[in-house]
Write a protein that binds this ligand. Structure first.
Ligand code: UDP
Ligand code: MG
Length: 322
């Protein structure tokens, strides 16, 4: 019998845990008919509300539900990594707890796996219900990203993705600390089917992503999947050298031919300001890459588990089988 793992990262989602479970269960019948069992793995990312208690209630009632709870908030990327590491399924699907990833798509997604695709990803074609400025910057980000990175990063792609064990293992083999999952999915490749759907607004609670957080996240993505900014720094350096050289020649010739006094304190100040600005900018770019390298070489764990419960029965089943 095949097993499908549903991985649900949650951070302060107490209101959504139950609703998500109910909604998902409405769609499990299709899979049970096909002889595919479910496991629902909630990854609690250090929630400060009653998320853990809510999941434990479900664990007690349903042996298919499991909980992995972090020692603190490590971020959604870490929760995804933990979920993929802990899941036991032959297939795995990542879903948000806020019902923005409609479980009703699952049967269709599975049909593509049956057709031989390795993973089925989703993207939202609208950004309904999102602030206009945010959508604008998001679109700019994707356009920039696809210019400067060789890894394909799809606009509007969600983390809602069904994949085979092979793809899960491929993603797990990328054990980097700075995890930009959208890039990682693109990087591992495999045959991916894209499904499109209209944006669904979050059921309850609030989004965890402020504009500033998203901005930092986008920088992370650029640095993790492109080294073009470093090239820009070098190119700018060369351009400014050429410019300076031309200006020196120009000044000397002007002095020799027209005997012009080389005046211009203000222009000098402007030039110094401009050039030092560019220098600092380039240094900043270097610093960004260096800081990421620093975090990588430390080899800190991506997450720390405080508690793991649930799924006991499936454990026993496995032992019986063995
Ligand atoms: N999430 C998480 N850790 C975090 C932030 C978010 O595990 O630090 C989870 C959150 O509980 C939700 C999913 O990631 O299930 C998506 O978060 P959210 O809905 O806030 O993001 P949005 O859909 O607005 O992009
Ligand atoms: Mg959401």
């Amino acid at each position: 019998m095949k097993l499908l793992s549903v991985i649900v990262p949650c951070y302060n989602e107490e209101e959504n845990i139950r609703d998500f479970y109910d909604e998902l269960c409405k769609n499990t019948v299709f899979f049970e008919k096909k002889g595919i069992a479910f496991e629902i793995l909630y990854v609690d990312d250090g929630s400060k509300d009653k998320t853990v208690a809510e999941v434990k209630k479900l664990c007690a009632a349903d042996a298919r539900v499991r909980l992995v709870s972090f020692s603190r908030n490590f971020g959604k990327e870490a929760a995804i990594y933990a979920g993929l590491q802990k899941c036991r399924g032959d297939l795995a699907v990542l879903m948000d707890a806020d019902l923005q990833d409609p479980p009703s798509l699952l049967p269709e997604m599975y049909s593509y796996i049956e057709q031989g695709y390795d993973s089925v990803a989703t993207r939202r074609v609208t950004r309904k219900g999102e602030p206009v400025i945010r959508s604008f910057f998001a679109r700019m980000f994707y356009r920039l990203m696809n210019r400067i990175s060789r890894t394909e990063i799809v606009d509007g792609a969600r983390d809602y993705r069904l994949m085979t064990r092979q793809v899960v293992d491929a993603i797990l083999s990328m054990s980097e600390y700075n995890r930009f999952t959208k890039g990682i999915f693109g990087w591992v490749g495999y045959e991916t089917k894209w499904l499109e759907y209209e944006n669904v607004e979050r059921a309850k609670g609030e989004t965890k992503w402020s504009f500033w957080k998203l901005f930092l996240y986008s920088l992370e993505g650029i640095i993790a999947f492109s080294t073009v900014p470093l090239t820009i720094a070098s190119v700018m350096g060369v351009l400014f050298c050429i410019l300076a050289f031309a200006m020196i020649i120009f000044t000397i010739i002007r002095k020799l031919i027209f005997d012009d006094p080389t005046s211009g304190w203000p222009s000098l100040v402007c030039i110094i300001m401009l050039v030092s600005g560019v220098q600092l900018f380039c240094l900043g770019i270097l610093g960004q890459y260096l800081s990421k390298t620093y975090m990588e070489v430390k080899k800190r764990p991506i997450y720390l588990v405080k508690e793991e419960t649930g799924g006991e029965i499936s454990d026993k089943d496995e032992r019986e089988k063995a």
